[in-house]
Design a protein around this ligand. Structure first.
Ligand code: ME8
Length: 474
């Protein structure tokens, strides 16, 4: 098949270690990318880090480290977490990379400038470092940004502005017609309501003195690009836009940018505006996921309900965490996770469910079959592919667990352990069927739980019992 599929995560600020929310969006993308590879699509999966931000500079200062050393150390941590999570990205783009990222970001800026959409203006505003954006007086609560609880910086600067207002109508029509599709519908409505108010021009540069690590504005070294202008362009610079067009020609436009609802505005207004201005095709889709909470509350150090992905990985393993994120967090709504629920689900679905089924079947196979089997690859049922095509990852996992329950039921019904004693040929036939169905289940698990897929495949092909896949936790 020659269908291509290009998927991206947000690029993360290396201002602190990644938390469960970052692990979630990256795992979600990985599941979708692995599914597309499984069905034969030529897939490209991009992730990365958003490094030229004030929040990152502040992180380095807080850590008492040189900015470059700090960013390198943080990004090493990202890579280590993604390795542990079995994230199969094709590229990790760093916006500090002057070879890979900067030429394309500059090219895009030049195109926008050539279109007459960049102009200079004296500007006074309130900059919220948490948002990496100017916010308005009326958004403040008690003088603070309500999302970050911090007092914004009052700045008076001469900046370059981007004429985003000019693009309100074309952006709206692209979103309304689903040429730029926004999933789920509630997020599409949200952005359409915002567009109805009309978009304002945005400050698109900062003084170099304020953000010394930023990308210099073409033609004016005293200014650096606004970090969102710099960051959004990663989706094309990583493919070689402005540098080496081979990947760009093959994979752009993106099939889907996966983002959290916190950054919808940047992706559904500023990014399409930039692309329209520069004459670059728009991405096809935004998949906007919700935020993960714990016990109904925002995870916070004060509440003591922060769950570190490392902690779950150490206790339960990679595929258990991937399973939880894929099945028990909806890609379209806010999610929730607690240690108690995690353990409950682990024991029920993985230890007693899948793990137990695999070991029962393979025990029978090892005792009664003389060799392993490798079922011919058949297509996937539509109950599996249809939700995955629509990014309804949790529904697809649910379907696999229905297959697991059905196979469990089949063992109870057919009683192979009895039949094989009374009628060995008949018994072996049943057992062979069970192993083949287990193999197919393993194959369907591939996008969600790649190592488990491998372990099941090996067990069936080599006719041996898999290691205890998911030991019970008390
Ligand atoms: O915003 N639950 O980076 P970031 C679920 N650099 N997902 C969460 C989450 C939570 N509680 N918290 C964060 C930035 N996320 C910019 C992006 S893109 C060109 C630039 C996820 O490090 C979610 O996907 O703050 C969110 O959009 C992303 O992490 C923000 O990561």
């Amino acid at each position: 098949m020659d269908k291509k599929f290009y998927i991206t995560t947000p690029i993360f600020y290396p201002n602190a270690n990644l938390h469960l929310g970052h692990a979630y969006v990256t795992t979600l993308c990985d599941v979708i990318a692995r599914y597309h590879r499984l069905v034969g699509d030529k897939t490209y999966f991009l992730t990365g880090s958003d490094e030229n931000a004030q929040t990152v500079i502040q992180g380095a200062i807080k850590a008492g480290e040189d900015i470059h050393a700090f960013r390198d150390r943080m990004v090493e941590g990202f890579a280590a977490l993604f390795k542990r999570l079995d994230i199969s990205y094709d590229q990790f783009i760093r916006t500090s990379d002057e070879q890979m990222h900067w030429p394309g970001a500059k090219r895009l800026w030049e195109k926008m400038a050539a279109a007459g959409d960049i102009y200079k203006k004296e500007y006074e505003g309130l900059y919220c470092v948490g948002h990496e954006a100017f916010i308005t007086e009326k958004e403040l609560v008690d003088g603070k940004c309500p999302d970050h609880g911090t007092v914004p910086e009052r700045t008076k600067e001469e900046n370059y502005f981007f004429r985003l207002s000019k693009y309100t109508a074309p952006i709206k029509s692209k979103i309304e017609s689903d040429e730029l599709e926004i999933l789920p519908q509630s997020r599409k409505n949200e952005i359409l309501a915002l567009l109805d108010e009309g978009l304002q021009d945005v400050s698109f540069s900062r003084p170099k003195a304020k953000v010394p690590v930023g990308i210099p504005v073409p033609g004016d070294d005293s200014q650096v690009m606004y970090v969102w202008c710099d960051a959004l362009s990663n989706y094309i610079t990583a493919l070689g836009y402005g540098r080496d067009d081979a990947l760009y020609k093959e994979f752009w436009p993106a099939d889907v940018h996966v983002i959290g609802k916190d950054i919808l505005r940047f992706h559904a207004a500023i990014w399409p505006g930039m692309l329209l201005s520069a004459g670059v095709p728009l991405p096809k889709r935004l998949l906007v996921h919700g935020l993960i909470r714990s016990g109904g509350k925002k995870m916070s150090k004060t509440l003591g309900n922060v769950i570190d992905p490392q902690e779950l990985l150490e206790e339960y393993g990679t595929d258990a965490l991937r399973y939880y994120l894929a099945r028990h967090i909806s890609p379209f709504e806010d999610g929730d996770i607690t240690r108690e629920h995690f353990k409950e689900v682990y024991n029920a679905d993985l230890a007693n469910g899948l793990g137990n089924l695999a070991s029962r079947i393979m025990q029978l196979a090892q005792m009664h079959l003389s060799e392993g089997t490798r079922p011919e690859a058949v297509g996937f049922p539509k109950e599996y592919t249809e939700p995955l095509e629509q990014f309804e990852v949790n529904k697809a996992v649910e379907y696999v667990w229905q297959c697991i329950a059905a196979l469990d039921h089949k063992i109870t019904e057919t009683q192979p352990f009895k039949v094989v004693k009374e009628n060995p040929e008949q018994g072996k036939k049943i057992i062979l069927e069970l192993t083949q169905e287990l193999y197919i289940i393993g194959r369907m698990l591939n996008p969600f739980m790649p190592a488990t897929n491998e372990a099941i495949k090996k067990a069936v092909v080599e006719n041996k019992k898999p290691e205890n896949l998911f030991p019970r936790k008390d």
